[in-house]
Structures are given as C-alpha cells and as structure tokens.
Design a protein. Sequence first.
Lengths: 111, 217
Amino acid sequence: MSAVTDTTHDAEHAAEAHDGHHTPSDRHFIIIAGWLALLTALETSTYWIDLGSFATPLLLIMMTIKFFMIILVFMHLKYDSKLFSVMFYIGLGLAILVYSVFLATFQFFAR
Amino acid sequence: MADITIHEGAAAPADHGHDDHGHDDHGGAHVTSTGLSNNKLAMWLFLGSECLLFGGLISTYMLYRGRHGGGPGPAQVFDIPLTSVSSFVLLMSSLTMVLAVNSAKRLDDRNTRLWLMATALLGALFVGGQVYEFTAFYQEGLGFTTSLFSSSFFTLTGFHGVHVTLGVVMLIALAAIIGRGRISGDKAEVVEMVGLYWHFVDVVWVVIFTLVYLIPA
C-alpha cells in the first residue's frame, strides 16, 4: 500500500470517528453526482425529444429520484438519526398535503 | 444535569475539563436529552418549514402559469438550454459542498476552505445566470406586473435566488472565519449546517427546474 492510500484511509477513519457513524467517501459522492448529472441530461433531453404523454410522468419520476438522492446521500439523512428525517418529512408531507388540497380546491387537476 | 458534551452518540470524554454550564474544552456543544445536536435538529426543522414556503410559491405558480393574458407566456420566454446549464452548475455545487463537509470532518482546513469557495463560486455563477435570465425576460416585455404568470414566476424564482445569494454569503463568511481560526465549538458541524442549507436550496431547484421549466403548461 502506498503512503497516499494510507493517508486517505486514515482521513476516512478520522471523518467516521468524528460523528460516530458511517460517512461515505469522497468517491461515493462523486459517483452520486455523476448519476445526478446524467439524470439532469436526460431531463433536459425531453425538451428536444417529443415523448408525448410519457414526458410528464417520466420527468416527475426523474425529479423524485434526484430529490431523494440529494436528501438521503448529500444531506446524510440516510446515515443520520431518524429524528432528523422525521423533522424534515413532517414539513415535506404537510406541504404536499396542504398544497394538493389547495390546488384541488381551485380545480387545477381538472384542467 | 448538563455537565458533559455528547456528540451524536459518540462516547463522552472522560477526563476533559468542563465547567458547570455544560461547556467543555472544545467550546460550545451541550448535552441534549436526545443525544443529538440541537443546532442540527433546529436546522432540519427549519428546512421542513421551508418546504411549506416553497410549496406555497410553487403551487401558486402552477395555478397561474397559464394566465399570461396578452403578454409573453412560458413557451415564448423560457431558455431551456441556459437554464439546464444553470441547473447543472447548482447540482455540481452540491458535490463541492459535500466535499467541503467531508474535509471538515477530516479536520483538513485547507481543503474545507477550498471546497467552500468553489461552492460559493458555482452559486454565484447560478445567481449570475438568473440575473441574465430576468434581464432577458424584461427586455422581451415580461415584467413583474405584466401578468399573473409573470408575478408568480418572478416571486418563486426570485425567492429561490435570494436563498442562493444568502447561501453564497454564508459560504464566503464561513471560509473566511475558518481561515482566521475563529470558529468556536464543533467546526465540522458548522460546515455541515451550512451544507444542509445549501443542499436544500439545490433540491428546491431540482423541483422548480422540472415543474416550472420542463413540464409544459
């Protein structure tokens, strides 16, 4: 093993020891960022490629995947205490519920 | 009751000096009944409440996006290639931010500052793109009061832009404070908190980019 690899190993151990739970490596984050970039490219391609009625559901699915990749991995929700998830999901769930009712009231979905 | 610092489930230091007010030698952190950082808990609660703010703005835009009267509509003014580049820039700023957080956890101040400044630069690029976009829209006849569509669009994207701008200020200030060694308490946690805010701003843009720009009215 080279000295560089040993240093990286030590640094990762230091990071893990810092907060007492698993911290993904830099490489893991770069891979996730690559997937996010790919999904963004696919999303953007729907502007030039006509997918008809499939476009909207496909875009919503890709948006949801990107959303959860960021909050679970980049924001560490996957590795952190469940209480943090509860705090965030209560706000998110309430927002989705309240504004779905709001839009339904204005017959947004009937158009 | 509060006499030692416990950080995120880590074992409490046995022989570190601490006073009667819940502070230890490392400065700042407190014992909590949950065993978790109250600052971080408050940040997540704040981000949860921000979902309601942006949810309201996005819903209002969705409701009014077809109401442009005689003025230009989304199909006439939106520049998807430009916005796609902006989205990519903001997405990559999330990567640099997470690398800053990891560097801070490794106690590597030099790289922490480097990645924080890279994130701030990417954020500033995004804001620059938004200013350019707003100027182009205005020149095409789309002002804030032109139509319900324009009002709701500028309010939503403007609010997001203000959040990004505040984030850039926080990143630059944090990099400067770290450089001067003036952070009291857990440095990595401070970087992580700013990081959470930054990622949230990014995740909101993921939603705005799809719902506002890509899904046709």
